[in-house]
Design a protein around this ligand. Structure first.
Ligand code: NAD
Ligand code: GLY
Length: 367
């Protein structure tokens, strides 16, 4: 992995041999057409976006598509639209365009758009290029990097998908100026998560720069995105298809998914669920003698400092949450398999986790 930067533009390479690709992070990148046009190989492009993001940013992208056969496909806004039916519509749009094997899908939006667009690209003619243009903080630091694509089924989130790496990721920091506050903070949870799992220096840097990040100051924001992407790019390069280390990126997710599901996806955003989930995982790790109370307290303080929730929402039930955790995809042979914490910068996959300890932590936190 190589990283180059001038004062504002960072380039991080996701090193996957012939499928390596750059992640560009900086201001003004959507309008830096010469840079990203080089990643388009053919004559056809389909821009997939949604009805919130397209009015804000599609024009900047369209200006860079001069001379190509291109069209756009817009989703309605929201997780509920990350469906097979919409993949079918995106593929119809590629057919209408006359897209050949050298066509490119451009994903302009948050993780919902990116996951669906990437999966559509993976399906068309058994796999064509796609470019990620993430416009949420969560998508910049997590979902646009690493090639996980897919859609939801009524039976559950992200049940269908493919590993399909993008050709390039263009993270234009300027787009974050219009991101709603709650979505911005949810993205910060994924930043904190990367530092908590594998980068103690970055964790300390986040502690020192929390106020500047809350204010969305450009320079620290670019640095935070770049450091998290750098960390994730390394993990993906070592374990692209999640045979081992990549699973650590799910710290807090088993608790978090249970909280999201218990709230029927209306109470907590994904990043908020991850924030509470990380703290619960830290408390469980402490209870199991794997980490120190001082580490849990540090994580709690940092989550507080960036305005993330740290408590289970009122009205949730510990037994129900444990039952939901038992459905997690990571579990093996009917026992809980969780990402636990060894303190700042170190996480571990642990199988056969004692359910009584999990239940005790959940009971301690349910109001
Ligand atoms: P999202 O895509 O729903 O975006 C959040 C909201 O912000 C939406 O209302 C969207 O329209 C709006 N928005 C986006 N950019 C904006 C901008 N610049 N200005 C104003 N509004 C803007 O949610 P998300 O948090 O970006 O992504 C969540 C999705 O990502 C989930 O489906 C999750 O499963 C997926 N995900 C995937 C991976 C992966 O590795 N593929 C990792 C994490 C999450
Ligand atoms: N968001 C977890 C991963 O990309 O593996």
């Amino acid at each position: 992995m190589t990283t180059t930067s001038d004062s504002r533009l960072h380039t991080i390479d996701v090193a996957l041999g012939a499928r390596s690709y750059p992640v560009w992070i900086g201001p003004g990148l959507l309008s830096d057409h010469a840079r990203w046009r080089a990643a388009l190989r053919g004559r056809h492009a389909l821009v997939i976006s949604n009805t919130t993001v397209a009015p804000l940013y599609l024009q900047r992208v369209a200006e860079g598509l001069d001379g190509l056969h291109w069209s756009s496909f817009l989703l309605d806004d929201g997780e509920a639209h990350k469906t097979f039916a919409n993949v079918g519509r995106a593929l119809e749009a590629l057919a209408q365009l006359g897209a050949t094997r050298d066509a490119c899908v451009i994903a302009l939006g948050g993780g919902v758009v990116g996951d669906l667009a990437g999966f559509s690209a993976a399906c068309w003619m058994r796999g064509i290029d796609f470019i990620q243009m993430p416009t949420t903080l969560l998508a910049m630091v997590d979902s646009s990097v690493g090639g996980k694509t897919g859609v939801n089924l009524p039976a559950g989130k992200n049940l269908v998908g493919a590993f399909h790496q993008p050709r390039a990721v263009i993270a234009d920091i300027d787009t974050l100026t219009t991101l709603p506050e709650r979505e911005y903070r949810a993205g910060l949870a994924e930043v904190v998560k990367g530092a908590a799992i594998g980068d103690p220096d970055f964790f300390a840097w986040l502690e020192a720069n929390a106020a500047a990040l809350n204010a969305r100051d450009t320079a620290p924001l670019i640095e935070a995105v770049a450091r998290k992407v750098q960390y994730k790019a390394g993990v993906v390069a070592r374990d692209e298809t999640e045979q081992g280390e990549r699973a650590l990126l799910n710290l807090g997710h088993t608790f978090g998914h249970a909280l999201e599901t218990a709230g029927k996806y209306k109470v907590l955003l994904h990043g908020e669920g991850v924030a509470v989930g990380m703290l619960l995982a830290a408390q469980l790790s402490e209870r199991l003698g794997m980490s120190a109370a001082a580490d849990t307290a540090r994580l709690h303080r940092l989550l507080d400092a960036v305005g993330l929730p740290t408590t289970i929402p009122p009205g949730m039930d510990a037994e129900q949450l444990l039952a939901l955790m038992r459905l997690d995809k990571k579990n093996l042979a009917g026992t809980l398999r969780l990402i636990l914490w060894r303190g700042v910068g170190r996480a571990e996959i642990v199988g056969g986790v004692d359910e009584a300890a999990v239940l005790a932590v959940l009971r301690d936190n349910c109001r």
